[in-house]
Design a protein around this ligand. Structure first.
Ligand SMILES: [Zn+2]
Length: 252
């Protein structure tokens, strides 16, 4: 029977950061502060059980495993104490699948995040972000003609209906506005737009080599842009990625 492995402080920090310090089942905080000291309210749970019973082996026999070694950190997730107990007793396929999918998203995301620093973006993109955040005159936006939308020919079934609707709205409302901002920037600093477009395309192409979900790609491109531009506005970064869908650098 495999023994439970004690996680190192470094691995504990990774597990906590993966779930952003909230239990993925019920959003309870996993740490609390008392008398100036941080206390742990969570446990590293084995996603596939450490010592499965006969029933559990049968129950999970056809399920995907995150790692062949149950003590590998890929098979761990941080859960609050209550949810950990409930997760283990009784074991259900539904909860197992849920944790597997949560952890898979986390692993894919952290692999992508480790590449953020390698993919530059011209600093002038910040001006466009700031204009999107600060601009308030709705009258100055000219909507894009619906017939000109390229989204429907590019989106596939991996993009959810709500995200697709959001992207459609963002393109319709902002495409021409953003295009004008880039033209203004180019008139001051020639070829900036080309540089930015190829930087977006380059990171997109890297992502698309191992990620097939457009939903996740859209989210990760948005986050990359957000992190690379000083955490100003994730919303505005999403709008800019939508712009590049219409402009063919993304989902092409
Ligand atoms: Zn919980």
């Amino acid at each position: 029977m495999p023994k439970r492995r004690n996680l190192s402080p470094h691995e504990n920090a990774i597990l906590l950061a993966e779930v952003e310090s909230l239990c993925p089942f019920d959003a309870k905080p996993l740490m609390y502060e008392k008398n100036g000291r941080n206390q742990k309210l969570w446990e590293g749970a084995h996603i596939y059980p450490l010592n499965p019973t006969e029933e559990e082996i049968e129950l999970l026999k056809d399920e995907e495993r995150l790692h062949e070694d149950v003590n590998n950190i890929k098979n761990f997730i941080a859960l609050c104490g209550d949810c950990h107990k409930k997760y283990d007793n009784p074991r259900t396929v539904e909860e197992y699948r849920l944790l597997v999918s949560i952890k898979k998203n986390i692993l894919s995301k952290s692999e992508t995040r480790s590449k953020y620093a390698d993919y530059q973006i011209e600093k002038e993109i910040k001006d466009v972000i700031k204009l999107l955040v600060e601009g308030s005159d709705e009258g100055s936006y000219t909507p894009l003609n619906y017939d000109a939308l390229k989204l429907d020919t590019k989106a596939d079934h991996t993009l959810s209906r709500i995200t697709k609707n959001r992207i459609r709205n963002e393109i319709t409302e902002n495409y021409l506005y953003i295009q004008q901002q880039f033209r203004d920037i180019d008139s001051q600093y020639p070829k900036t737009f080309n540089a930015i477009a190829s930087q977006v395309k380059s990171f997109h192409d890297t992502l698309s080599r191992r990620e097939s979900s457009q939903e996740i790609m859209y989210e990760q491109l948005t986050e990359w842009l957000y992190k690379r531009t000083g955490n100003i506005s994730k919303g505005a970064c999403g709008i800019i990625i939508s712009f590049f869908i219409q402009n063919c650098e993304v989902f092409s």
